[in-house]
Design a protein around this ligand. Structure first.
Ligand SMILES: [Zn+2]
Length: 114
């Protein structure tokens, strides 16, 4: 009977076969989502242990830092888009300008000269 042994119930490879276009179905390597044929355990050593390491500009850590900074800058720029939605007015104008949204009382000109 199929699927009764522990080895048959083990997690399967998530890769798709290039030949059949179907799911691989081979058992996934422990700690991986793919089988030994589909890249499990692959890849070079990280950081300075990798032979292509030069100065650390392109390490996963450095790239994650740059991504975080770019996302932060994007959020700041999105803030400008909020201003544009309000007719390109500055935050000060939007919130009432110099008068803070209060109605300004006009001085009554009294002509006392007769
Ligand atoms: Zn596979």
């Amino acid at each position: 009977m199929k699927g009764t042994l522990a080895m048959h119930r083990s997690p399967r490879c998530t890769a798709t076969s290039k030949r059949t276009r179907l799911a691989c179905q081979a058992p996934a390597v422990t700690g991986w989502t793919v089988c030994r044929f589909h890249g499990a355990g692959g890849g070079g050593p990280k950081g300075k242990r990798n032979g292509a390491y030069r100065h650390g500009l392109n390490t996963a850590e450095a790239m994650a830092g740059r991504r975080a900074l770019a996302a932060l800058l994007r959020r700041i720029r999105e803030g400008d888009k909020v201003n544009e939605a309000w007719g390109g007015k500055s935050t000060e104008t939007r919130l009432g300008g110099r008068n803070g949204g209060r109605k300004v009382m006009k001085k009554k000109i009294v002509n006392n000269i007769k």
